[in-house]
Design a protein around this ligand. Sequence first.
Ligand code: AMP
Length: 606
Amino acid sequence: MERVVGIDLGTTNSVVAYFEQGQPIVIHNAEGSTLTPSVVYYKSPREVVVGELARRNLVLSPKQVIRSVKRFMGARFSELGERRRGISYELVEGPDDSVLIDVGWTRVAPEQVSAEILKKMKRTAEEFFGEEIEQAVITVPAYFNDNQRAATKRAGELAGLNVLRIINEPTAAALAYGVARNTPHSVVVFDFGGGTTDVTILDVDKDVIEVRSTRGDTFLGGDNIDELLSQFVVERFFKDTGVDLAADPITYQRVREAAEKVKCELSTTTESIISVPFIAVGPQGSPLHLHYPVTRAQLEALMDPLLPRLIECCRIALDDARLKRSDIANILLVGGSTRIPCVVKALAEFFGREPSRILNPDEAVAMGAAIQASIISGALREVLLLDVTPLSLGIETAGGVFTPLIPRNSSIPVAVHKQFTTVRDNQTSVKIHVLQGERKKASENHSLGWFRLTGITPAPKEIPCIDVCFQIDANGLLHVSATEVTSGISNSITIECFGSLEMEDAERIAEEAQAAAEEDRLFLRKVSLVKQGEALIEELEPLLQDQERPLDPMTAANLREAIFRFEVAKATDRIEDIERALEGLNELASSLGERLLAKRLESLEE
Ligand code: AMP
């Protein structure tokens, strides 16, 4: 059987993958990376360079290095408009209103440029397999019209490929994420790449995936973030040294590259340093180095104006599909920029559920293309019909509360991260108790297992950040891991999460939880009141021990009494008693607060 590969021909990067032994595998190129920059350098009639090496010549040969050519595939010259923005090479009119790129020594059509990228992807696969590869499935954005699709097919043919099918990128991503299941549902594919954003809503019914609506912003991507961070750094450097790093394109490109690197690092760390040694020469001829710490918070502040634009794309895609946010069963992430935590957070807030992060967002589309390729070639008879989680999965948190991470009815595979912290000062271990069910009270749910994370760096309570990840693979195995972000220490457990649970049992459990909703509401109320009371007592108790400014005996007695009343009320399940005791504590706290404040003011005046 002839081998068929899947190719994601991207605006910024391209990826090639194949399907073997039940799973898609991404191939590394000669430079050792799975991502090949979609950049072509027309160096001379004898030499055309593609990928990373071409990208490095962007600044020195701006007119001969072609990037983002995808924007011009199948386009008419008279309708280019906005698409010319940010392009350093020259576009000229070709026959029949077509677009040509003038690289000095020749003129090339966009599909010829894409063909060079596809040739490189073909070579990558051939070097890997040690045999010729002639068949491919290539992906295009869902909004591509017939002209653009035909141009992509032609590019494949020019590269010596037999293009078996052109498929939509979001559809490929959905295949890779394995969204197919027995009940019809809608998913959103959020693709936030280097230069563009595409939001697509797909209807999935069994193994049929259809595009319901799609909305994009062709000038919104990771590049915008690199630009914002570069400008921020350039301004600061100018203030500090009087040197404008944006004045020279080569210098500015070095800043841009460093900014992109720091941006990527800040997706996993909270602080990094933008550093470019010998960036400029100072007034006295001494070398100047760029060296500024940058925090994730600073980057997020810079990105603030971009997030509403991303959410607006989602809102419009939903409106066009005539769907509500709650109709969306899954949010699939595609494109390198979806690794940015505040982007994921904004999406989670908008849709009210955590996006699926199980796949590498750069590779999901190529993986889906490889799956499609194997379906066409007959190697894979049908799309695997994957399941949903019948009940919510989560952990027990302070006060015996069940905190779900994966809501019930999420399609699998799925992966969700959530951050937690400690409840006591210098707490060095936490228990991760994994539960399944719909009740708010952890003890009412089904316990699946537990483990302890020890060796947490001692710190005041609520400071440590513990990342808990729930991941269910295609076989229904639940992998739970907990990692302390600062030290990187980690522990994990693997559980067969569905066990012998039948769907009817799950329905019954969910119905019982509904019936117990009021009981659960009271339980949560109690936990919240107890938490408030304990926080107050923690503040007030030291006043009883204060030798320097002892409380007058009457107040001290009242305080002891109020604390005692609260402890007694806490031991009962009577909400009114706890509320009353908390009120008592609150009154005392405010009167003591005033008294202390008054004393402090007096002492200031002395
Ligand atoms: P794509 O078009 O999907 O290849 O995405 C490329 C974009 O993703 C570029 O702007 C990259 O800087 C960005 N990117 C890749 N990895 C990360 C990361 N870890 N954090 C933030 N952005 C990233």
